[in-house]
Write a protein that binds this ligand. Structure first.
Ligand SMILES: Nc1ncnc2c1ncn2[C@@H]1O[C@H](COP(=O)(O)OP(=O)(O)OP(=O)(O)O)[C@@H](O)[C@H]1O
Length: 268
């Protein structure tokens, strides 16, 4: 049992009646969802359905003063609203890591990738710079960056967008956090690299028991990756279930329309 008295039978992450508004109209309306240990959950829905707001709310990255927020978020049974600044620093990166659609918010443009990566590892683990460099290079190789030495020596602007995104994913996953929240992490990557990244994230789950909350527009992508799918529309959860049931036997007409759009896109 850890310091938070968390039992592994419980959800790792849970939202309770989470409602968030930027103005008067809520963009999340009473969201109740859970992610269990060692589970991959896909959140799908059209643009504007509130997926990113949900991810940022979990990471406490919303401008609290500028939003209306009600409900609660629990991580390992603990109310996140009660965490102090220091506890948030430990939680982010160590226990929950987020991968954004665009790595530019993550990487400092005027520092070499290697020093940023080594520093981020050493912020979470008491090891030498040489050991941190070893971990960083191994993680970069896993992300199909075949020349980790060159990547470590480069500034972000010397790498392609897809390479920077893989660096960001490597940095987020190097410490094997308990939960990775990935917001459209592979949308800027070519299909082969997408497959490698997805397989690597599955590996992380299998080897380190990391849970993954993956946000995507594409229900087909979620179906190939997730154990469970949550479908969101206009700030509400309209359907959820195992990936197999949701894709083979969807109950909601919106889920059916997402599924029907897959062959239409291929034909176009
Ligand atoms: N900082 C903000 N200020 C005001 N409104 C916002 C802000 N961020 C998001 N919104 C609004 O909240 C709603 C939900 O946006 P959100 O980005 O969470 O949706 P999404 O499902 O992630 O969309 P996408 O797939 O396009 O990223 C949208 O109507 C959006 O315009």
């Amino acid at each position: 049992m850890n310091e938070w008295n968390f039992s592994k039978e419980e959800a790792l992450l849970e939202t309770e009646d989470l409602t968030i508004a930027y103005g008067n109209e809520p963009v999340l309306k009473g969201i109740n969802m859970k992610v269990y240990p060692n589970e991959i959950v896909g959140i799908v829905g059209e643009s504007g359905s509130g997926k990113s707001t949900l991810a940022r709310a979990i990471m406490n990255l919303l401008p609290r003063g500028a939003i209306k927020f009600s409900g609660e978020i629990y991580f390992e049974g603990r109310k996140l609203s009660q965490l102090k600044k220091k506890e948030w620093q430990r939680l982010r990166g160590n226990e929950i890591a987020m991968i954004f659609q665009n790595p530019s918010g993550y990487l400092n443009p005027i520092r070499r990738v290697g020093s940023q990566f080594i520093e981020s590892i050493r912020a979470h683990q008491k090891i030498t710079a040489a050991d941190a460099e070893e971990i960083a290079k191994k993680t970069l190789i896993k992300m199909n960056l075949k020349d980790p030495h060159r990547v470590m020596k480069s500034y972000p602007f010397q790498l392609s967008g897809g390479m920077n995104q893989r660096v960001a994913i490597a940095m987020a996953t190097a410490m094997a956090p308990q939960l990775v929240i990935a917001d459209e992490p592979t949308s800027a990557l070519d299909v082969i690299t997408q497959r490698i990244i997805i397989d690597e994230m599955k590996n992380l789950r299998d080897k380190e028991n990391t849970s993954i909350l993956m946000i995507t527009h594409h229900i087909a992508c979620a179906a190939s990756f997730a154990d469970r799918i949550i479908v969101m529309k206009s700030g509400r959860i309209v359907e959820e279930g195992t990936a197999e049931i949701v894709t083979k036997n969807p109950l909601n007409s919106y889920t059916r329309s997402l599924l029907e759009s897959i062959p239409r896109m291929r034909k176009g």
